[in-house]
Design a protein around this ligand. Structure first.
Ligand code: PLP
Length: 393
């Protein structure tokens, strides 16, 4: 019989697990069993489906990008997560988890955010369900992401500045965990990607899998078969895991994850944890992380705010190790070029994160076969990034 992964302790091979203080072990157990029950309950999945359809705007189209395809010389379909409410895939997960929190009888939501995208997606569902919400955010990130901070406040969420460490995402996660330890009875910690201790990587992946399920159905209808390539950018790894997961057993479908190559391959200049990281424990899970030789977490850089993270989900670490998925690097400059290209050719401003996936397709174009079909997950829209692009110009 085939081994079922992750195992009951949340391991994919040597990756994953739950490296947390004792007080949180109890909370993670509670979350695991509540999620297991919710998954079996038809009412719960109907409720999630209802909000995905009527509030988020699912299903998102699978759009054949004709002019982009002609330019790169291969058939490219875009999975339009950019068209969802709040402009990216993150809402798939926050809707699901907020409904789970409510089902568990939790009164309050907390979350961490780096660039503010997950913070906005959480603040949105907190307002929708009438739950008070605190979002932890590094002070430096607050200064850089004024628009998202303002949006969260408009939505009724309190943004809590984190003044410790590098004053960025990893410190915000630590603060959110600290809050959770203290208030675990009343509070639900809504994690934003397929990272953290088990069961979070499974919960987030399951809620994001709607992307891959729809894609599978849509491409079959459009092409009469499955695609040759599925391509997605990897920050923490949730949009990629969401589109990969329903294709894992289709061995002929090549799964391509694209990491932030930033300004170059020296430590501190990029966000390529799978390509350039080493094994270690970060935020409660064993995975590939960017660290120096003393085990200190290294700073990261990417022009795409959402790819600026020094770890990656443990299931990706496993998919890399087993060879089921392949992970490549795209630099800032190439991602920006792809941003301009899609804008001019298709009238779509892609998020700079998603632009990494588009750039990979362009860079790889001479290697495709004549009739290959490529699906790119367009994880978000680029409106949020126009200031960054303007600075670059
Ligand atoms: C947050 C974000 C990402 C990166 O996060 P993943 O968990 O790797 O998906 C990618 N694209 C967009 C638009 C984002 O907002």
């Amino acid at each position: 019989m085939k081994k079922i992964l992750p195992d009951t302790k949340g391991h994919w091979g040597k990756f994953g697990g739950k490296f947390v203080p004792e007080t949180l072990m109890v909370a993670l157990e509670e979350l695991s069993s509540a999620y297991k029950e919710a998954k079996k309950d038809k009412k719960f999945s109907e409720e999630v489906d209802y909000f995905l359809r009527q509030y988020v705007g699912r299903p998102s189209p699978l759009y054949y990008a004709d002019r982009f395809s002609k330019k790169v010389g291969v058939k490219v379909y875009l999975k339009r997560e950019d068209l969802l409410h709040t402009g990216a895939h993150k809402i798939n997960n926050t809707i699901g988890q907020a409904l789970l929190a409510k089902r568990m009888g939790k009164k309050r939501l907390i979350a961490e955010t780096g660039a503010g995208q997950h913070g906005v997606a959480t603040a949105t569902v907190a307002a929708l369900l009438g739950m008070p919400c605190d979002v932890y955010m590094g002070e430096d990130d607050i200064a850089r992401q004024k628009l998202n901070v303002f949006k969260m406040r408009l939505l009724g969420t309190r943004v809590v500045p984190v003044k410790t460490g590098s004053k960025t995402l990893k410190d915000a996660i630590n603060e959110a965990l600290r809050d959770w330890v203290t208030n675990v009875r009343t509070t639900y910690y809504l994690l934003g990607s397929v990272v953290g201790p088990y069961p979070y990587p499974v919960i987030v992946r399951d809620f994001q899998s709607v992307i891959g399920k729809e894609t599978r159905r849509q491409i079959r209808k459009l092409e009469g078969r499955l695609p040759d390539y599925v391509v997605a950018c990897v920050g923490g790894g949730s949009n990629s895991m969401g589109i990969f997961y329903p294709f894992l057993k289709d061995k002929k479908v090549k799964l391509i994850g694209v990491e932030a190559g930033g300004l170059g391959l020296a430590l501190g200049k990029h966000g390529a944890s799978l390509n350039k990281g080493t094994e270690g424990v970060l935020h409660g899970a064993k995975t590939y992380i960017l660290q120096d030789k003393d085990g200190q977490i290294a700073p990261t850089h990417s022009v795409a705010p959402g790819l600026d993270y020094s770890g990656v989900g443990p299931e990706h670490a496993y998919l890399k190790e087993t060879g089921r998925a392949s992970y490549y690097i795209v630099k800032d400059k190439d991602a920006l070029d792809a941003f301009f290209m899609l804008s001019r050719l298709e009238g779509i401003l892609p998020a700079l994160e998603s632009s990494h996936a588009l750039a990979w397709v362009r860079n790889f174009s001479s290697n495709f076969k004549k009739n290959d079909v490529v699906v790119v997950n367009l994880s978000g829209r680029g409106d949020k990034d126009v200031d960054i692009v303007e600075d670059y110009l």
